[in-house]
Ligand binder design. Structure first.
Ligand SMILES: [Zn+2]
Length: 396
């Protein structure tokens, strides 16, 4: 492993000299704000990132990601170096409406915690990524390409846009990737997340008068009742189950003196991996294929999908390599976790990329007004990623 006192001195000096510059960049980035739907705001943020990357000497461009979607900001250092790249990825959109917390919402408290929309999720991570790349450039690192790739519509799962396809194209160039989502205070990185799917079940019955034409009716609510139980029973009993099915809303009928000819239910499905999704879907279709009330008709379809971030062998290998480097340099990685929520690491992992998630600033309470990021962790993670770059062969 490439580690020396001289190298460590050079890395520490660079970080020391650039502490304030990193916080200045972080402040500007947070104060630019922007969530999906606020395209002008997000375009300003994208342009700030692109021009910052370009001023630092990287080749940087904005990639079209859809009519209503903010562009992807892409940049590369050492474009002509041989081999595959180290990638720092993430998103620059937040979940907060611009201006909802005053004109300059970024602040730092006396404990060294940054506050403001997106400090933790995930503009602290973008700051770490950019200053890591700047440090590598200043230190003369030229062994392999280093790429930056930040989307502007992650919080809405890229709906209506083509960022997922851009991720697929980016994946082909990558040796190892770090998704700079907020990091845990306890120092673990994320090696998997469940997928979250939404299904709609619709039952069509036959309306009739419950008094003088009872037998002519086909009650959609009655049919639905059987199917709700059958769907709930699709969930495996054991606690460490690979998937779950939960019918969580239901709506049906039109009047109390009218046999219900319509009923619909929304179903939440969580899966650990793609194989579990396949099995779960098969069981759900099977549960819905039986007709209990002759003359009713059933439809089941998926209405929303956030695929799982699967703990592939490539993800496990990326974790083992980063942990080895972190241990060797006294770095911040304490372990690996399977986390809740969804993230873009799922798209990269599906393409076979060695990717880890929650590699960004340590903090808490994302998607919450109390969100914070611990500024000192910017420097700890920068040091680790600089070492990771110099030891990129560990990831091959
Ligand atoms: Zn995020």
């Amino acid at each position: 492993m490439l580690i020396s006192d001289k190298m460590d001195q050079a890395i520490r000096s660079y970080i020391e000299e650039n502490r304030d510059a990193a916080v200045d960049f972080y402040r500007t980035l947070v104060n630019l704000e922007g969530r999906h739907g606020e395209k002008d705001c997000l375009l300003k943020t994208a342009e700030f990132l692109r021009s910052s990357f370009e001023e630092a000497g990287l080749r940087s461009e904005l990639l079209y990601a859809g009519e209503t979607n903010a562009p992807v900001v892409s940049a590369v250092l050492n474009e002509n170096a041989d081999g595959k790249a180290i990638l720092f990825t993430g998103h620059y959109d937040t979940v907060f409406a611009a201006g909802s917390r005053g004109s300059e919402p970024f602040s730092v408290d006396e404990e060294g915690k940054a506050h403001g929309p997106g400090v933790c999720d995930m503009k602290g991570g973008i700051t770490i990524a950019f200053f890591t790349v700047k440090a590598l450039q200043a230190l003369g690192f030229d062994q392999c390409p280093v790429r930056l790739f930040f989307v502007g519509d992650e919080e809405v799962n890229h709906q209506g846009g083509c960022a997922a396809e851009l991720i697929r194209q980016e994946s082909e160039k990558i040796l190892v990737a770090f998704n700079m989502e907020h990091g845990l205070e306890s120092g673990e990185v994320c090696i998997g997340r469940p997928g979250c799917y939404e299904y709609k079940l619709v039952i069509h019955g036959v309306s009739s008068h419950p008094g003088h034409a009872y037998d002519a009716g086909r009650n959609a609510i009655q049919e639905m009742s059987h199917k709700v139980i059958a769907l709930q029973n699709c969930t495996p009993k054991e606690k460490d189950r690979l998937y779950s099915v939960s019918v969580n809303t239901i709506r049906g009928g039109s009047a109390v003196n009218c046999i219900a000819d319509y009923c619909e239910a929304m179903i939440d499905v969580r899966v650990r991996n793609f194989a579990a999704l396949e099995e779960c879907e098969r069981k759900m279709q099977e549960a819905c294929s039986q007709t209990y009330i002759e003359g009713t008709r059933t439809e089941l379809f998926c209405t929303d999908a956030m695929m799982p971030f699967e703990t592939t062998p490539q993800v496990e290998s990326a974790y083992a390599s980063l942990k080895r480097i972190s241990d060797a340099v006294g770095g911040p990685v304490t372990g690996a976790v399977f986390a809740g929520g969804a993230c873009d690491a799922s798209y990269f992992a599906r393409e076979g990329v060695k990717i880890l998630c929650m590699c960004g600033i340590r903090g808490n309470y994302n998607h919450n007004i109390n969100e914070y990021g611990v500024i000192s962790s910017i420097y700890e993670w920068m040091r680790l990623y600089i070492y990771a770059a110099y030891n990129y062969r560990e990831f091959v």
